[in-house]
Design a protein around this ligand. Structure first.
Ligand SMILES: *Cc1c(COP(=O)(O)O)cnc(C)c1O
Length: 379
């Protein structure tokens, strides 16, 4: 057996490269910022919280009618907090369901006992906007539309601006799960449509996992006093704490917030959303081109493909064994992600985090080496 000179995937701190939709490879400075202990009630920590809130608000380009509420946990916690606080029990949601993340939004409604309709769409095609128009016209009881921005289970970028425009025209409210786009894909559309945008620290903002946030309309939060079923997920109570004295109501993730603040400074230094979008888009283009040369088919056509994560279909070769492929890549320092399609065997490769096109090139060399090693798919 010849000894392979396989290219190795390593981040700047020497750890494997995480080519996943999150948590992902973070910058050394972000990790270094987490080495300090803070008391939850120190002024220095209140300043970190205030900085994070301000920077998130600026990334969205949100006006003073919106406020940013960080919450312990991750995106799913923040979504549950947003829905439990903002959806009135007598309201009804329409949930875009074109993948596992949309299904999770609907499941959250079920847990919270909030009535909802499903706007079901295929996972590999653009959602039909005429169905949204029709639902909002026919069902006057719909108060809110819930949608993911990028459906991370497939990598499909939903047409958020078009959705927001229809929601605004029908005078309903939109709550967006922007977990996998916030910081890298602009969130646009008529401001009047947006009631809340939800995301977390650990995806395109390249922070550590452990905190989510909701950027919500102040008037909607104010109207939600006492509505939440949950003490720890009550966004109205959470924002009252920040506005009273700058402190968290319940023990905050101090190290995570310190790392998150540094990651947000880095986001600004890199050039904000446009620069990050460009880098991720280049990563995605390199990945798609290289994998095509290696005979892997992507699930989505180019016009639906987000610059976040790519779903590849598993080869139909009988010799194909995803577990071996995954393990051999991990041995070379590249961690990928199993697929999340209901219909077909697939796997995902993330294009986000402290990753640049050169890393993707090294990954493609590693894939070629692994295919030779495991002899599949047949060329
Ligand atoms: C990552 C992600 C989530 C969050 O899932 P967690 O299990 O809380 O990390 C939810 N929705 C979308 C669109 C995501 O990308």
């Amino acid at each position: 057996m010849t000894r392979e000179k396989a290219p190795r995937g390593r981040s700047e701190t020497g750890d494997p490269l995480l080519l996943t939709p999150g948590p992902l490879t973070t910058a050394a400075r972000t990790r270094a910022a987490m080495l300090e202990d803070y008391s939850a009630h120190e002024k220095s920590f209140a300043l970190i919280t205030a900085e994070v809130r301000k920077r998130l608000q600026a990334i969205l380009g949100a006006g003073p009618e919106l406020t940013t509420v960080p919450i312990q946990g991750g995106d799913a916690f923040a979504v549950e907090a947003a829905l439990g606080t903002l959806l009135p029990p007598e309201g009804r949601a329409l949930v875009l369901h074109n993948g596992a993340c949309g299904a999770r939004l609907a499941l959250t409604c079920r847990y919270l006992k909030r009535a909802h309709y499903l706007w079901e769409q295929p996972e590999d095609r653009a959602p039909r906007l005429q169905d949204l128009e029709k639902a909002l016209t026919e069902h006057e009881d719909i108060t809110h539309v819930l949608a993911t921005h990028c459906e991370t289970s497939t990598g499909l970028l939903n047409p958020l601006e078009a959705i927001a425009t229809i929601v605004a025209r029908h005078e309903r409210k939109l709550i967006v799960d922007a977990a996998s786009t916030f910081g890298a894909v602009p969130i646009t559309g008529p401001a009047s449509a947006f009631e809340a945008v939800v995301a977390s620290s650990d995806k395109c903002l390249e922070g550590p996992p452990g905190v989510g946030f909701v950027i919500a309309r102040r008037d909607a939060l104010e109207a939600a006093r006492g509505r939440s079923h949950s003490l720890s997920l009550d966004l109205h109570a959470q924002i009252e704490g920040f506005e009273k004295d700058g402190h968290w109501r319940l023990t905050p993730p101090t190290h995570v917030m310190a790392g998150f603040a540094e990651a947000l400074r880095h986001h600004g230094r890199e050039g904000g959303v446009p620069a990050r979008n460009k880098r991720y888009r280049e990563n995605t283009d390199h990945l798609l081109r290289g994998m095509r040369e290696l005979h892997f088919d992507a699930l989505l056509p180019a016009e639906l493909q987000s610059p976040i994560t790519v779903t590849f279909l598993e080869p139909e070769d009988p010799a194909w064994d995803f577990a071996r492929f995954y393990a051999a890549l991990a041995d070379r320092g590249f961690v990928i992600c199993p697929g999340a399609l209901a219909s077909r065997p697939s796997f995902r490769v993330g294009c986000i985090g402290q990753i640049e096109p050169g890393d993707i090139e090294r990954f493609l060399d590693a894939v070629a080496g692994v295919l030779e090693q495991i002899q599949a798919p047949a060329a």
